[in-house]
Design a protein around this ligand. Sequence first.
Ligand SMILES: [Fe+2]
Length: 261
Amino acid sequence: MHHILDLDRYPLDRPDSAEFAALVAKAQAELAADGMFNLPGFLRADVAAKAVDALAPRFAGESFTHARRHNIYFRKSIPELPADHPALVEVETINRTLCGDQVGGVLEALYDWPPFARFLAATMGKAALYTMDDPLARVNAMNYAEGQGLNWHFDRSEFTTTLLLQAPTAGGAFEYRTDLRSEAEPNYDGVARLLRGQDPALQSITLAPGTLNVFRGKNTAHRVTPVQGDKDRIIAVFSYYERPGVRFTAEEQMGFYGRVA
Ligand SMILES: [Fe+2]
């Protein structure tokens, strides 16, 4: 893994070292304070560039174009809200997706490298994390071309783990509003205010290629703004679960990937 990851800076291969413990402690502190942590330069720059080159013909020829209109909840309706409530306003998301059986290469090798899952579990305070058995969902690569973005939503899973492979020239900013809601308080009026573009607590970051990002997005609304220019935003998404053997249903595979495997 030394030729893929900067293990001098991020010693995932030395879980008994003081440096590893310090890295985990820093990640945990950032998750607690900011709802995310970033490891810039985690994937070596030349490796990220080569991965982009390897994925490009597959994005062009065999990817799934996933376009959908959705509200921030990814749900058709919310029982306690009228259909015209401004928290339910619809937005559009569009990107191209490559699935686990198409990504391959260093990204799949990293996904299946046990110290990576062990490190992620430690940062999230979990006993263990397991790879999926789902051939499509395990590791995905997403491509956002000019005008495309990932629109406002809350995540279904507690954590999301991504690795940026290529950043666009402009646009493609990651915008988020920390703890917009909680389990006890859905804060529909606050959601409506955010969607109107009037939430002063909105934050924005742009990441450099090679950065690993772990994000807690269940109650923090977030989006990626539309890409500008002819350089696409390309990002890998790694899916781990707290139990082994997780697979999507055929219906979920169809909804996310347009095919069943
Ligand atoms: Fe998300």
